[in-house]
Structure formats: structure tokens, C-alpha cells
Design a binder for this molecule. Structure first.
Ligand code: GAL
Length: 308
């Protein structure tokens, strides 16, 4: 219980990372008996400079281990070097550093690890959800799925791979695709609503699917779809990622087509386990990936039980 854990979250104003951070804290307390006062969680406010200052501060106050949700994944290298110098192990979560950097930790036996989920898999599942609909995403029967893509922060692997692999899955499933619209909504519900409204105004009935890189933006897109007088699953499909409670309920009630469960329980628990393994001198791998789960009307009620 004397152990001191320093945690930075890229920004508190993010729906999914809020669930993640709450689970991380409660698991560290319940599973490892760490005192609440010894777990410090900082809001990096979307600013890497600010996060660097928070990390400096943690290191000068002798934390035993750091758990970091980077603002910019490219910052990993210098932070790892700084932690190594200070003799403090570090576990990165959610925002995946570059592969060469992950490899360096293994090659140089550095006490650093990444716990995340395979972004390609989440994109593939999104594409498969559309393929599993009665018309495979092609409402007007012209043989082409005409879609809008609402992206998260373009610097993250999650946004890049979800965008790429959702469409790849559709094409691998034999569909032709046409991108009508693609813009960054930075994981934010209001931005998702604004962008979907603008895509709907520009392309009207031509638009058959709206892909959102996460559920917060998909909830915004749903508002725009309803405001435009369109109906999900009747004349347009809508899919997100994360499996927020409200979204899973919408999927159950035929108001959204599907989502992909981004398992923050599994990720938070693994991150804490790895952090404690480092502290206790156990053998630790450098990369851990937690599986995503496809969510459609078929299994939405099971998933809801898991997350509620
Ligand atoms: C993603 C998640 C998004 C957002 C992002 C932050 O994995 O799907 O909702 O939280 O992480 O990096």
C-alpha cells in the first residue's frame, strides 16, 4: 500500500479514457491494496509539453512506476530514456508508440511496456458488421457502398487503422466502395455531429454508411442522422468503436448498426498487472494486446451485462 503510482491521461475530457481511468484506479486499489492517496492521476489536457512537466514532477517525487497515456505517441522514446535514467519502469496505454520503439525496449531490455488493443482488428470488425447487413451496406443496389468516414485524432494508430481496415474488410468481402467524405472529429461527440450533418447535407440519399472511429462521434452522427430525417438500418448504416453503454443500448434497440467493444477492463487490469510485475522484479513482455469484440443486435444484451 506504500507503493506510489503516477498516471497521466492524454486528456480527461474523453469519454472512453474516463471509463478506462476509473477502472484502472479502482483495480489498483482493490487488487493490489494500493492506498488511494498513493495513486496520482494527471490530466495532460491534450498537451504533450504539459504531460512532460507532469512526468518530470512524478520522477522527482520518487514514484515507483508510471502508467502513461501519451498525448503524442512519438514522445515515447525520450520519455523512456528519461525513466530508464531515473530507474522507474513505465507502462504505456492506449496510444501505441512506433514499432521500432517497442522493439528497442526488447532489444535493450528496458523496463517499458505497451498495453493496448489491435487497431486493425477493430477496423476489420467494423467492416464485417456492414458486410453482415442484408444488403451489405448497399441500399441503392448500385453495387457500391458509398460512405463517410469520421476519424479520430489522425496522429493515432487507432484512427489510422480503423479508417483503413474497415474499408479493407468491405472490399475483401467483395464490395466496391466509394469514399464521399472523410474528416477528423478528434474523438469528440459534438465534432462527430457537425461532420455527419455536413456529410448528410452534401450527399443526401447517396450516403449509405457512416463509419466513425469511435462511439462518442457515432452518438453525434446519430443526432445528425435523426435531424436529417434518415433512419439507421432502414436507409443508412452507422457503426462506431468502444461499446459505450448508450451505444450498446442503441444497437439493441435497432437505433445503431453496431460497434466494437474496446475492452477497457481487460486493458486497465493488464496495465496494472504489468506495472506491478515490473515493481516486483518479475519477467515482463514489452507488448500486450487485448482482444476487441464485435457488437451487433445479436450479442448486444450480453455485452451490456458485461459493461453495466
Ligand atoms: C481510442 C478510443 C477513443 C479515444 C482514443 C483516445 O482507443 O476508441 O474513444 O478514447 O482511444 O486515444
Amino acid at each position: 500500500s506504500d507503493l506510489k503510482v503516477g498516471i497521466c491521461i492524454y486528456k480527461f475530457n474523453d469519454y472512453f479514457m474516463t471509463l478506462y481511468r476509473e477502472e484502472l484506479k479502482s483495480y489498483l486499489m482493490s487488487q493490489y491494496g494500493i492506498a488511494e492517496g498513493n495513486i496520482t492521476i494527471m490530466d495532460s489536457k491534450g498537451d504533450q509539453e504539459e504531460q512532460n512537466t507532469q512526468i518530470d514532477n512524478f520522477l522527482s517525487h520518487d514514484v515507483d512506476v508510471l502508467i502513461l497515456n501519451l498525448v503524442q505517441a512519438s514522445a515515447a522514446e525520450s520519455i523512456v530514456n528519461q525513466c530508464k535514467e531515473a530507474g522507474v519502469p513505465v507502462v504505456f496505454i492506449n496510444r501505441e508508440p512506433e514499432e521500432s520503439e517497442l522493439k528497442r525496449w526488447a532489444d535493450e531490455a528496458i523496463a517499458a511496456a505497451y498495453v493496448g488493443a489491435d487497431a486493425e482488428q477493430s477496423g476489420t470488425f467494423q467492416g464485417e458488421i456492414i458486410l453482415e447487413t442484408p444488403n451489405k451496406g448497399d441500399f441503392n443496389g448500385d453495387g457500391v457502398v458509398s460512405y463517410a468516414m469520421i476519424m479520430g485524432d489522425p496522429e493515432t494508430v487507432d484512427a489510422q487503422y480503423r479508417t483503413e481496415f474497415s474499408i479493407k474488410a468491405l472490399e475483401d468481402g467483395g464490395m466496391k466502395t466509394e469514399k464521399l467524405f472523410e474528416q477528423h472529429g478528434d474523438w469528440d461527440q459534438t465534432r462527430g455531429q457537425e461532420l455527419a450533418a455536413s456529410a448528410l447535407a452534401q450527399y443526401g440519399d447517396k450516403l449509405e454508411v457512416i463509419f466513425c472511429n469511435n462511439d462518442a462521434m457515432a452518438l453525434g452522427a446519430l443526432q445528425a442522422i435523426e435531424a436529417a430525417g434518415r433512419t439507421v438500418n432502414k436507409d443508412i448504416y452507422l457503426v462506431g468503436v468502444d461499446a459505450l453503454v448508450e451505444v450498446v443500448e442503441n444497437v439493441m434497440n435497432d437505433k445503431m448498426t453496431g460497434t466494437v467493444f474496446n475492452d477497457y477492463f481487460g486493458q486497465a487490469h493488464k496495465a496494472a498487472d504489468v506495472a506491478l510485475d515490473f515493481v516486483n522484479g518479475k519477467d515482463v513482455d514489452n507488448v500486450y494486446m487485448v482482444d476487441y469484440v464485435k457488437v451487433t443486435a445479436e450479442n448486444a444484451s450480453e455485452i451490456l451485462e458485461l459493461i453495466k
